[in-house]
Ligand binder design. Sequence first.
Ligand code: FUL
Length: 417
Amino acid sequence: MIPLVPTPEQLAWQHDQLGVFLHFGINTFHGKEWSDGTLPAASFNPGNLDAEQWVKTARDAGAKYVVLTAKHHDGFCLWPTATTSYSVASSPWRDGRGDVVAEVAAACRKHGVKLGLYLSPWDRNAACYPDPVAYDAFYLRQLRELCSNYGKLCELWFDGAGSQGREYDWSSIAALIDELQPGAMVFNMGAPTIRWVGNEDGLAADPVNYVVDQTDFSNYTVHSAALAQALYLPPECDVSIRRGWFWHPGDEPKSLTHLLAIYYRSVGLGANLLLNLPPDTRGLIPDDDVARVHAFSGELRRRFAAPSVASLHAVGEGVWMAEFAAETRLDHLRLSEDLTRGQRVTAHRIKDGDGQVVMGAGTVGAQRIHVFPAVTAKRFFIELDGDNPALTSVVGFNTGVEVIPEIDYTASTDAPD
Ligand code: FUL
């Protein structure tokens, strides 16, 4: 069977590796995760909203893109939509003339970060929601506004939460995206090009298969959606730096160790990581979170700053020799697979020059980071299982760190209120 191949846009998205999720909205002002669509628009009033601070924090984290909740399940719109009065236009913020989506889009352009938008299908405010035909038209108008007025979008995030048993007009939604934002990644629903990893802890697990015939639906049901045919859908691991997706007083950011543990189990396994940084009631990402993000990206820079790039030689069927310029002390190896012909590696083993297995694992994908007790070596042999598989790079690092940290499970996301 010929493996399914990614589009250039999917490959580019996979190379981006890290995005920042921005959950911000009416919930922020009420300590809520899921409000019911009745909170007054007048209560949306960030005193000091600075979208540049959000985007610069994302950029400093090493993120190549952000995804903003333009509308969460409560229906409150962060842009002055013509479809409903439940939006920033009815709030005191910027005297009702503000547009959070536009401010984030401008900051993204200024700082070279790509923009993605989340538009919740489930809408607890829209009076027409119980009428599928009317709501589909309403939702398409909202999506058209977002896809027309804010420049190029890199990702559209469709969240299944709250929509169990409800069908939306996915073929019209897909046609609209094809018309207005053909390069955008489509998250998990409709005509997806990327998929949810299946948990909200930011964790992938080996093997990370890019070709799947079903997607998981949401965190609130075990239900999964069968696809009409198998598709190349690389996963995105979403997780909040805090317990909540939205900002809450008293909540706090996860530890540096926890963030690193997530990184190795998402990016390190060949998935993308979408790390949520919720702005607070001032409209700023809190100082503690910014400091934690700086510590996280600083530690990643430290670990990966001095790569030793191996030259690669195919030395047998599925066997590659990675050779360094000299004997080198290494405790990390980062492998990348040639994905242009589809994902082909199903399993692999790394052996040292004496034929001893250093690591054995499943998929490689966009990148696979191995961590092991340090060895000093000039060459490794990498045996790949799969249909005519190939590597594009093997890079070694001497980080001083020989184990992947454990997850602190007490700090995972709370159930919504
Ligand atoms: C979930 C939602 O219900 C949460 O509120 C959050 O937006 C998360 C990213 O997806 O399913």
